[in-house]
Design a protein around this ligand. Structure first.
Ligand code: GLN
Length: 488
């Protein structure tokens, strides 16, 4: 049992809350420039061991901090994130900053523009500290697929932080940023949040613009925040959410004040518990933590009832067909011509394409391109890709039926706590299977929040996944707040 071994070395450090820091900036008791400098000190100290940041954007950060301090001194209005140090997963582009998506193929690429989510953080006064490590092109569940080395889990540095946004979760857990952005295609925000003991948000598909997010699987990709507590995560989502003319799939629905919504008590909400998420393969300690969280919800005045999601058993093959098919199409653009790495020694154009891709992509990315190309090929399209799309529809309908009866559904986020570095990296199938509880919401397009819900005997965090219907993030936040409050 991996979770029974002792924790080797911990880098966990509880940050001040975003809300407190922001209030300090307004009062003048916190200076944005000092705060940014203190976060860079912490990064200097912890990054050599944890490998969270791939690059720092100090110049831009200090300029923003100075702007905030000047505005605060003059009593000018300040944005909701004024002076708050934030880190960005390296799959989101930031003007002029190295952006690699964790891949060698993008080494040296400096995008000429900001992703919409990054631009919105900037406009809200956030201080953007730098770009954060992740699995290559967001493909993975452990951060071991980064071309720049794995991130270590701050709770126990012998363990993975989860993936693919492992660095974004680790940054918050180790207080190397007050909040961060990640991306979630099949669990990449929720699972690392669970492994590192922080809050992670999967917004509804289309709630946050994907403009400037380096695409993995376009019908599944979402941008979302990490923070140390639910309210701060809600504040972050409120800033980055909203319609964007540059992303045709972004929702025109108005953006609620998520932070205030999250203050509403969970009392009276109906909570669904799907038996399919508590079966074979679930670590008993994780189960006990989640059952404790469910009890806490009952104590908080929620009604708990069973719901049925029988298509859950098809979710892994469905996800790994849709995601790889879309990835094979999206990654065709990395050809050695337009961005980043070009193989030096090729004498024909086609040799240059294939050598650049062969040398630039890592093993997992190649595996997915092969799988996806196969699933889309003429003779197999109907049997694989089309079938997967049909199952996806059934899964989505099943969730809609469940949400007619309950306001939120709670499950474990992952079947186990954080595993050891190297423990699963030789077995891609075992790694894929561990995504069982997160890929369903990805396929259905619904939203969710992962919130810390206890620790194992060895002190490893366990996260509860709270799912809600499309555009119903407010309800997920309320439920997560109640679980969080019960942790004390
Ligand atoms: N672990 C899943 C995968 O490897 C999810 C990744 C993600 O959400 N980006 O595909």
């Amino acid at each position: 049992m991996p979770s029974e071994t002792k924790i080797a070395q911990s880098y966990v450090e509880k940050p001040k809350t975003l809300a407190d820091l922001r209030a300090g900036i307004s009062r003048g008791s916190v200076k944005a420039a000092d705060l940014a400098a203190s976060y860079y000190d912490r990064i200097d100290q912890a990054n050599p061991r944890l490998n969270v940041y791939l690059s720092l954007t100090q110049e831009r950060a200090m300029e923003q901090a100075t702007r905030v301090d000047t505005a605060a001194a003059k009593g000018d209005p300040l944005g909701p994130l004024a002076g708050i140090p934030v880190g960005i997963k390296d799959v989101l582009v930031m003007q002029g900053a190295p952006t690699t998506a964790g891949s060698k193929i993008l080494k040296g690429y400096r995008p000429p523009y900001d992703a919409t989510a990054v631009r919105k953080l900037d406009a809200a006064g956030a201080v953007l500290l730098g770009k954060i490590n992740c699995d290559e092109f967001a493909m993975g569940s452990s951060n071991e697929n980064s071309a720049y080395g794995p991130v270590r889990n701050p709770v126990d540095t012998e363990r993975v932080p989860g993936g693919s946004s492992g660095g974004s979760a680790a940054a918050v857990a180790a207080n190397m940023a007050v909040a961060t952005l990640g991306s979630d295609t099949g669990g990449s925000i929720r699972q690392p949040a669970s492994f590192c003991g922080v809050v992670g948000v999967l917004p509804t598909y289309g709630r946050v613009s994907r403009y400037g997010l380096i695409a993995f699987a376009s019908s599944l990709d979402r941008v979302g925040p990490f923070a140390a507590n639910v309210r701060d995560a809600a504040t972050m989502l409120g800033v980055i959410a909203g319609h964007d003319p540059k992303d045709a799939t972004s929702s025109p629905a108005p953006v609620p004040d998520y932070a205030t919504e999250s203050d509403k008590p969970a009392e009276g909400l109906r909570i669904g518990v799907p038996a399919e998420y508590f079966g074979e393969g679930l670590d008993p300690e994780v189960r006990a933590c989640i059952e404790g969280g469910i009890q806490a919800l009952e104590t908080a005045g929620c009604t708990v009832k069973p719901v049925s999601l029988p298509h859950t058993r098809y979710a892994i093959p469905t996800y790994y067909l849709v995601a790889t098919a879309e990835a094979s199409a999206n990654l065709a653009r990395f050809d050695g011509v337009r961005y980043g790495y070009r193989s030096p020694a090729s004498d024909t154009l086609s040799a240059m394409y294939s050598h650049s891709r062969d040398e630039g992509f890592g093993a997992e990315v190649k595996r997915r391109i092969l799988l996806g190309t196969y699933a889309l090929s003429a003779g197999y399209y109907d049997a694989y890709y089309l079938k997967a799309q049909q199952v996806r529809r059934l899964l989505a309908e099943e969730f809609l039926r469940a949400f007619a009866k309950v306001d939120a559904i709670v499950t474990p986020t992952a079947p186990t706590p954080a595993f050891k570095l190297g423990e699963k990296s030789g077995d891609p199938l075992a790694m894929y299977l561990a995504d069982i509880y997160t890929v369903t919401a990805s396929l259905a397009g619904i939203c969710g929040v992962t919130v810390p819900c206890g620790v194992t005997k060895a002190g490893l965090p366990v996260g509860m996944q709270v799912l809600a219907a499309h555009l119903n993030e407010s309800t997920a936040f309320r439920v997560a707040r109640a679980v969080e409050a019960a942790q004390g």
